[in-house]
Every structure is written in C-alpha cells, then in structure tokens.
Design a protein around this ligand. Structure first.
Ligand code: NOJ
Ligand code: CA
Length: 535
C-alpha cells in the first residue's frame, strides 16, 4: 500500500449490529468480547474499519437507538475496558473503529429527560422540545407526525405540555437550539475521539434542527400519515450547516478521523450538500445502490447522479445493506445459489467510492421471517401486519452449524435463520466457490490495485438492461469490469483499442476462456463477473 492510503477512502467499512454478531457470555445477546473474538475473522476477510451500531446504555425501545448515557457502554455489551480493548485489538490488526452516535434524540430514561419532564422550571426543561397544545391545550402544537407512527407530540400530564419525538415516544428529540445542549453534544465527539475512536456514524443528523416557528408542513399524497406531508419544517433546516462545520473542525483537530452522516428524508442533492471539505466526509445516499432495483442502467444512473451532486472535494460511499432494510439477498430474490450476490459484491467493491458492508452480507445471509409474537422492532409492532419491520435483517450471525449457528450457547434475542446449518462461516470457508471466498478475493483485489480504489471510473457503452461495465484506471493499471446482471448470456460490444490490448483475467466466476474477445465482442455467461487487467 502506498503512503497515500487513507483508511476511510481506500478502505472498506463493515457494519456490525452488536446484538447479533457474537455472544461471548451466553445471555443470547452479542457483546464486545464476542466481537474481539472475531477480529481475526474480520482481518482475514480483509475489511478496514468496523462501524458498530450503538453500544451506549439503552432501555432498547429502539435497540440502542434510544441512548440513556452517551459517555458509557451498555453493561450487556461489556465494560468501558472491553471497549478500549476492542479499539486496541482492532488497531493492532489495522482495523479502525467507527461509533454510532444517536444525537437527535435520547431515551426517555436519559437523566436529562427525567429532569426535563419533572417541572416547567427545571434547568433541563429547555433541553428537549416542549410546547403547549393548540386550541387551549386540547390539541398537539402542530400537525407534525412521527415516522414510526402516530403524532410526533406526546402529552405529558405532569406539566401539561407536549414533547416532540420524530421516532418512538420513548425517543424525545433534543433541543439543539439550546446552547448547553449544543456544547454537550460537541463534547461527546471529543470524549470518544480522546479514547481512540476513529470515526462516527451520525444517526439522522439532518434532523437535529426543526423549524424555529414550528410551522405545519405542506400537504401531499402518500401512504402513511407521515407521508401526507412534505417535510419542509421538521427536517433539513439550514441551521444544521453550522453544526456540520463545528463537528468537522473538532474531528480535524485529531489525526485521520472520519464522520459519515446518516441522512433521513434527504434526496441525493440534499445529502451531497452536507459533504466536502469543512463539512462531513460523507453521508449516505440511499438512492444510490440500496434503493435501486436490480438493473445495470439504473445502478449506473444512480451512481452518476450521486457523483454529479457531490462537490469535487467529496468522496462517494456505497451500501447494499444495513440494519434498517431487507438484505439484498432477500430484496433481489437471490434464490438458493449466490450467483447474483457475487455480481452485487463485485459491483459494490469495484465502483468508485467507499463500500460499506453489513455483517453476514459476505455469507449471503437472507432475512428471517418473524411471526407477530416474535416481532422485536418497534416499527414492526406498530405497523403490523404491514411488512415494514426491521427484524428480518438483524438475525444472528451464522458462524457454524453448531446450535444457534455458533452465535450463542443459548436461545438468541432474535431467532437465527434456519439455513444456518449450511449457510455459515465455517462451511463457506471450506468451499473455494463460496460467496465468502469470493468477497475475500475481491477485497484482496481492491487492496492490491489502487486503480480499483481511487482510479478513474469510466462507464463503457453498455447494454443498460443486462450488463454494467466500466474501466477503472490510474497511472499504473487499466482494469475492465464487466458484470452480467442477467440470468442469460450477454455480449458486450467493446471494439477499438480495448479488444486490441492484451488482458489478464483477474477474476471470473465462470472460468473465462481465452481468447477473451470475438470480433470485438466480450461474451459473458449468465451472472458472470469478469474483471480484466491490461498487461
Ligand atoms: C436511524 C437508525 O438507523 C434506525 O435504526 C433508528 O431506528 C432511527 N435512526 C432512530 O434512531
Ligand atoms: Ca452476551
């Protein structure tokens, strides 16, 4: 690797949902010592950083996304010492640690909120968003809705006012306009950066500020009441830009720290507006790979839209899976074999931008189906029987064919997918053609060729319904990537210089034969991944 290697730009980030990764003490919940025990697995896989979903103390109304103490570790995950040990052990292996900070709201059990709700005069009253009801207090202050269902305002008997929550009523939103709150929030970044945390993923950061006048949103047509509004006043307020700059300048006072924002209700342009120098390093554009359906033309279009929107000094990121959405294997109906998933993996790991993986993606884990009584996710509970719950993608990591997939010695908090008997780390490590080994090979390839990381991305004239093909190129290498997203054979007209160059096969899942080109065409088998390097 060259000196210019920058971990968050050249590397690959792997998201762990700690509850579901590895349980070291047999209580059915994953934990930090469990993760430490799997660091060798992750180093061998070839990832460069871990993003941990929240590990702060939490009553789990939203599984960690309702925080009761920003500066401690939930005892079910371990101790502060365990966390410091995880940072050290990860760093020894060249792996960075990204923490999830949930600063838009706290848990209703956070001492700040307990104080805040206790009386109108409490010094912490203004730390949250309290308003008197409209029409003599009979009605909520305005029409804002919670994205998790119902009104965004909860009436609190004791003081006769309403507090605001964008998510569950157990997640009251903080008042970022209060200078004490603002200062406290900034201190959280320093607190963890001082302890060696390398980066932060900011939960719904673009929701920190709401309209100062609490104006009602314009109406529109939609499915849920939340969608009947254009979210003009309850999200993406201009005041956020100051916070973005302040957060970045704190992180820039440390070496090589990173911040990636999770956007909420932001289109590609809005997302891009938060990125670049003096702003965040990156923010998730979910309209890129994650929300795009299986189609090469649409993927290319979505990536180009992201590129167009981003300022020149920003760097794209890509994601196929996370803890809030059905896994790609389930979304694209991958079937029994993993052919389509190999194509998806090759796309994620060879296009221009930092790839984010999600635990179990490398095994092709499928979503579990949960019955009503098995639902854990508050969203799943609220909207039942609508299939919008997020338990499906949060099932325990499938390590082996042992009971509970080797995840735990006891019944896990959420059931394991029944396919764990055959779909697990141990089995896939032993199979040279497995998806896991395919990921490993690709990750290694990315590491070996700088062109695949920082090189130019040049889309080739392609068949938009079947094939995604492009060149990645730097001063040292020219690499041709051709991905057949179709089940049947496809062929790609290349012609010209490309077919006259001499190429080596870097990776093919279809045992590519020489010669590669026939009369200017590159022929591809169904779901073929073909990666060539010019000799
Ligand atoms: C986004 C997180 O990804 C999601 O899991 C959570 O429920 C909400 N933010 C609220 O914190
Ligand atoms: Ca445990």
């Amino acid at each position: 690797m060259t000196d210019e290697w920058l971990w968050w730009k050249d590397g690959v980030i792997y998201q762990i949902y700690p509850r579901s990764f590895a349980d070291s003490n047999g209580d059915g919940i994953g934990d930090l010592p469990g993760i430490i025990g799997k660091l060798d697995y992750l180093a061998d896989l070839g990832i460069d950083a871990i993003w941990l979903s929240p590990i702060n103390p939490s009553p789990d109304a939203d599984f960690g996304y309702d925080v009761a103490d920003y500066k401690d570790i939930d005892p079910r995950y371990g101790t502060m010492d365990d966390f410091l040990q995880l940072i050290r052990a990860a760093h020894q292996r060249g792996i960075r640690i990204i923490m999830d900070l949930v600063l838009n709201h706290t848990s209703e059990e956070h001492p700040w909120f307990i104080e805040s709700r206790s009386s109108l005069e409490n010094p912490k009253r203004d730390w949250y968003i309290w308003r008197s009801g409209a029409e003599g207090g009979q009605k909520p202050p305005n029409r804002w809705q919670s994205v998790f269902g119902g009104k965004a305002w909860e009436f609190d008997e004791r003081t006769g006012q309403y507090y605001y929550h964008m998510f569950t009523r157990q997640q009251p939103d903080l008042n970022w306009r209060n200078p004490e709150v603002y200062t406290e929030m900034m201190s959280i970044f320093r607190y963890w950066a001082d302890r060696g945390v390398d980066g932060f993923r900011l939960d719904v950061f673009n929701n920190y500020f709401k309209d100062a006048h609490f104006r009602d949103n314009p109406k529109k047509i939609g499915i849920r009441p939340f969608d009947w509004q254009v979210h003009l006043y309850d999200t993406n307020q201009p005041e956020m830009m100051t916070a973005v700059a302040d957060i970045r300048s704190i992180l820039d006072s440390y070496a090589e720290r990173y911040v990636v924002g999770e956007t909420f209700l932001a289109d590609t342009k809005m997302t891009a507006s938060y990125c670049g120098s003096g702003k965040f390093h990156a923010a998730f554009d979910f309209y890129s790979l994650l929300k795009t359906t299986w189609n090469p033309g649409r993927y290319l279009h979505a990536m180009q839209r992201q590129d167009d929107a981003l300022p020149v000094d920003a760097w794209p990121i890509h994601v196929l899976n996370n803890h809030d959405n059905p896994r790609i294997a389930t979304r694209i109906r991958a079937g029994k074999d993993d052919e389509k998933l190999k194509v998806a993996a090759a796309m994620l790991l060879t296009v221009r931008g930092t790839p984010f993986m999600y635990y179990g993606e490398e095994l092709g884990m499928r979503d579990i189906q949960v019955s009503r009584s098995e639902i854990q996710d508050p969203v799943g509970k609220h909207y039942w029987p609508l299939p919008v719950g997020r338990d499906g993608c949060r099932s325990p990591m499938q390590w082996s064919a042992e009971p509970y997939g080797g995840f735990s010695k006891t019944t896990p908090w959420l059931k394991i997918h029944q396919n764990y008997l055959s779909r697990n780390v141990q089995a896939q490590q032993a199979d040279p053609d497995s998806l896991l080994n395919f990921y490993k090979y690709l990750l290694n390839l990315r590491r070996s060729y700088a062109a695949l990381r920082g090189g130019l991305f040049i889309p080739l004239h392609h068949e938009p319904q079947r094939v995604l093909s492009f060149i990645r190129q730097d001063n040292d290498h020219r690499i041709l990537v051709a991905l057949n997203l179709a089940r049947g054979r496809s062929k790609l007209a290349l012609g010209g210089d490309i077919t006259r160059y001499q190429w080596d096969v870097l990776l093919s899942n279809k045992k590519k034969n020489q010669p590669l080109f026939e009369k200017g065409w590159l022929k591809l088998e169904g779901y073929e991944v073909c990666i060539l390097v010019q000799k």
